[in-house]
Ligand binder design. Sequence first.
Ligand code: 13P
Length: 252
Amino acid sequence: MSRRPLVAGNWKMFKTRAEARAFAETLAENLAQADGVDLAICPPFTSIDVVATVLQGTGVGVFGQTGHENENGAHTGEVSMGMLVDAGASGVLLGHSERRADCAETDQALARKVPAALVAGLTPVLCVGESEFERDSGSTKAILDVQVREGLSGVPKDRLGDVVVAYEPIWAIGTGKSARPEIAQEAHAWIREELRSLAGDTADSMRILYGGSVKPETAAELMALPDVDGALVGGAALDALSLLAIAAAARP
Ligand code: 13P
């Protein structure tokens, strides 16, 4: 089964609107380097509209970094899925380990957020991954199974194929220590097996991205793995040409 790769750049809490515009302009000028690969940028809320405006018509997605499950209400500091769409977003990251740690984004909340994103017309990217302690204690597969199963528990079976999953081992994020290829492939195969138990053969068409210290120099080896269908990139996505080099490495 051939899956079109997706390479998404998560800016986290970086870039002013002017910096976001400059990045998007450079990206738009050099898009040919990423032919055959879907691209998405995940800016902070404040820059979604700027990036979406510059990249309009290019096919590059603009994703939120989180979203609230309710349409509106008394939730100070939150942004709903519909508001993300209104700002120009076409997708949303959900359950990033930094949100799980900093903002107590739980599997139970994700069970409501993922379907809310789909209802609003966004592509949800459900992020999962184990800590170093969990890996060392041999519970990686159990942790991933729970995060995938619980996070997707509110999604109707016929919509599971519209979800993207990102495997981001916490010990590999921002450490410069990317997972070795055999470790990444093993985890991605476990995730696909869990997806198969939920979605049947649809699991074969679902994209599973790898995230955690992906760099242009290491991307090709990871992107060539059978169950790795793209990347979720942090630090190396702050520069447009660096992100494009990673996307080029993911070309089929
Ligand atoms: P780094 O690429 O900086 O390790 O970040 C990965 C990540 O958290 C992307 O969501």
